[in-house]
Design a protein around this ligand. Sequence first.
Ligand SMILES: [Zn+2]
Length: 167
Amino acid sequence: MIATATKMTDKQAAFLKTLFSKVYGENAPEALLAWLEAHDCTPTAKQASAQITALLNTKTTAASTVTIPDGIHFTDGSVYRVRHAKTSGKQYAERLLTQIEREENDGKQWLYEASKPLVSLSADTLLTLAQARAFGHAYGVCAVCGRLLEDPDSVEAGIGPVCAKKF
Ligand SMILES: [Zn+2]
């Protein structure tokens, strides 16, 4: 007897239909049909599973490119300022430099890093007051505006009084 590959299950077919409509919207029926025809209308369970993975990844990528709020973010021990460029409309990030790094960068407070840091940022990485204060204590720099903390009260708080009100 010739071994045949396991066919796509009903569960996979139903899930694929949902995913196609989420990713392709009103073009979903054509996209689904094109995919079925590419597999002679009898996709195997393995092919269906690969397509499910691909569609799930598409969805995640599309969502993550639109949901990073502009503002101050904190991830992996670094503070980032995220903005949209006025002319191109592109979102970009600048990393807040520590005092030592500033000496190596002509006194610059924020270093332009283009879109590279954006992949690790989301609404969940927006800077909290506790993170700002911890950063201020560690580096002597206000994590919101980037200024050096010089006033004794600000040094103790780890953040400037005006910036602390933003939380
Ligand atoms: Zn400040």
